[in-house]
Design a protein around this ligand. Structure first.
Ligand code: DHB
Ligand code: FE
Length: 280
């Protein structure tokens, strides 16, 4: 049986990809951010997951404003990273697992989630930067990836509760998958940030820390926020918290915080990193 062994929350800012390409990890600006990852590398080394389900948002590379699925899932043998601008390098293809993807898609539709099933899916920094952070040196060839894309670029966007519920449904689908696989779940983006408009640069540290506290064992306390609330409190792109809630929704039973890091600013964001063990 497939089993979810843990969840990881991570930033996905494009500038991180630039910092990796230019080997800036030890420079004053980046050090405290990258110092947050060795405990996660150690845990991944020890746990050796076979697959990663990655909740992220596509910022216009694959789904532009003319066609915007609320929820989309990859069901391809591999996913290609295309040049999306921002000055970041593309990364080698990410390996998929068509069989597990289709199982999850079948279960989700039965569970009343109307997802867009993507047999081709270009991947942007929402997925590629976290892959580079978790498996440095692009050493992720042994990990089968299931991309889960949640709209947080164009209204109407799904609520925090709906994203958490999607995560729960995906967790149930993993539980009913017959193959013996260890699965780690990633939620990428956030935390608070706003990239444009009069409040560009808005960050809310107090809210971010509260969300990191709650997401461990009281995630339901975060589910009453509306998209409008999140926009006001955490900035227009702070809505990316939804990816972390999708990740958390997939975890069940005992959830233990093993590690966290929070650093302001990384580019325009309050950058959170979090490791939740669910292997017990
Ligand atoms: C930045 C943050 C994001 O979430 C993103 O998708 C792109 C850029 C930033 O802070 O630079
Ligand atoms: Fe983003």
């Amino acid at each position: 049986m497939a089993k979810i062994i843990g969840g990881i929350g991570s930033s996905h800012i494009p500038a991180i990809g630039v910092a990796i390409a230019r080997k800036l990890q030890e420079t004053p600006y980046w050090k405290s951010f990258f110092d947050g990852f060795p405990p996660i590398h150690d845990w991944l080394d020890k746990q050796q997951p076979d697959a990663a389900i990655v909740f992220y948002n596509d910022h216009g590379l694959e789904f532009f404003l003319d066609k915007k699925p609320t929820f989309a899932i990859g069901a391809a043998a591999e996913y290609i990273s295309y040049d999306e601008g921002w000055g970041i390098d593309t990364i080698p293809p990410v390996i998929g697992d068509e069989d597990m993807s289709w199982h999850i898609c079948n279960e989700l539709v039965d569970d009343e989630f109307d997802i867009t099933i993507c047999q081709e899916l270009g991947i942007d920094h929402g997925l590629t930067v976290p892959m580079q952070l978790m498996w440095p040196g692009n050493n992720y060839g042994h990990i089968k990836v299931i991309p889960v894309v949640i709209n947080c670029e164009q209204h109407p966007m799904p609520s925090p509760k709906r994203c958490f519920d999607l995560g729960r449904a995906i967790g149930r689908a993993v539980d009913s998958y017959k193959k013996d696989l260890k699965v780690v779940v990633l939620g990428t983006g956030g935390l608070s940030h706003q990239l444009d408009g009069a409040r560009a640069g808005h960050i809310n540290k107090k809210f971010d820390i509260m969300c990191m506290d709650k997401i461990v064992n009281k995630p339901e306390d975060l589910l009453n926020y509306s998209i409008r609330d999140l926009t006001e409190i955490a900035g227009a792109q702070g809505v990316e918290l939804n990816m972390w809630l999708g990740m958390r929704g997939a975890l069940t039973g005992q959830v233990t915080e093993l590690h966290r890091n929070y650093h302001i600013p990384i580019s325009n964001t309050g950058a959170g990193t979090m490791l939740l063990d669910n292997s017990g």
